[in-house]
Write a protein that binds this ligand. Sequence first.
Ligand code: ISL
Ligand code: CA
Length: 540
Amino acid sequence: MYQIYPRSFNDSNGDGIGDLRGIIEKLDYLQSLGIDLIWLGPVYKTPNDDNGYDIADYYSIDPEFGTMDDFNDLLAGLKQRGIKLIMDLVVNHTSDEHPWFEESRKTLDNPYRKFYFWKEGKNDGPPNNWKAFFGGSAWELDPLTGEYYLHLFTKKQPDLNWENPTVRKEVYRIMKYWLDKGIDGFRLDVISLISKRLDFSDAKSDQLMDIVYDIYANGPRIHEFLQEMNREVLSQYNVMTVGEGPGITSDMANDYIGEDRGELNMIFQLDLMFLDNGPGGKFDVQPVSLPDFKKTFRKWDEAVGNRGWNNIFLDNHDFPRMVSRFGNDSEYRIKSSKLLLTFLLTMRGTPCIYMGSEIGMTNVAFQDPEDYRDVETLQYFKKTIKEGSNMDFALEQVHIQGRDNARTPMQWDNTDQAGFSSGKPWIKINPNYRDINVDQSENDENSILNYFRKMVRLRKSGLIPITGDFTELYPDDPALYCYVRDNGKESILVCLNFSDHTVMMPGVPVKLQYIFGNYPQTDSMELLPWEARIYAITLL
Ligand code: ISL
Ligand code: CA
């Protein structure tokens, strides 16, 4: 599975914004990767407060991205090449510019009032102390009626009221519209948050993540809603779903994805993504040890077992670039990118690769706060200034953790604007595009890109078990990630050196036959920095 963030993939008309025609221009590139499925970020009509995660019309394509004809052409082009497409379904909230909300605001008795959550204030303030994800209160006072509406994200993203059966019917209608066009499923945005705790009682903690776990996520009717959605829509099509959402813990994973549940097929586990959050939240980055990293995958693998199926990813449009976060993006950028790709493609689960990580794109460090675009980052800067806190520290945190790290345009070649656009990109290109780009990678047999293609072929060859067991060795080792994959027919040992130094591979009482790796093949049991090796196992 390959994720495209449409705004940043390829701009076909020089307005600086990636678009559907731009993706169509790159269809052959996508096919050359060997991927089976694309997750396309939201392309619906949007005022773009949160780059399309605020939808004003679910039935039309935003003019910045193109037209419905462009979409149909993209879908046809993908089908021709045997690549499936899933779309982003963002239905926890709409844009405040969606006609439903525009109606809803008007009067207390408007028929659309119950599409959202409206409440009276308390003691001249919001109805409770709930916090929004990107800062501030989760309630906004609307002067038109003097009531507050709920928005777990920005105030331009009011939360839909799933208690209202008409809302649910409308969502199913949207889903059918796109499925009837022939798409292959959905990635469901923050699906863990759709069922609200209706007593609206105050949160006991002021830490956002605590509130998410205690109050926002896994609400009382979540499974009822998902089962209904499955019954009404999903079960009637041959399609796939992957749910996203904070607050789903590994022990409840199978409630969402257990095969017997009739809900979703996969979820993105976010434990790993939040592992480095300190007491101050995501912009209070703490170091993460390899044993902790390994533990999240072990935990999820054990919890899901054979009853469900995991998704394996290391980055997306909300988080830093995988090589900057989990590898070494300077001296060992190439080796560590290859190692991380080896990891993604040998685990038990469906690997999801974020565009650009197949060429080892890295985080970006803009020095001028004005160069940032992400609403979360901008709200963080605003808060930093308002509170008189240290802006240098804030900038440093954003360099590590900001969402724009993954949103700089795809680097196609070493010409101006990296071949992404002939105009001025909506966000600056990462200055390292002269060295890191697709064109360079195509011409280098040993590039990350070509390694990725080989790994994809290897995974599809049958030599790497896809289903079957996952058994981890040496879980406490601070540098080595070793695991066995076994499907009863094929059995492999994967050894990954997650460090800048050399590590001895521990002896194992089996016969090993080298299959693949990111250094030249050798008999030495010494793993070089960021070395990845895959062996076939024969029992002695
Ligand atoms: O990005 C995050 C924190 O920095 C996550 O908490 C993120 O908000 C969460 O995973 C939900 O993400 C999804 O919904 C958001 C949208 O901004 C994200 O881009 C999307 O992936 C609201 O629609
Ligand atoms: Ca464009």
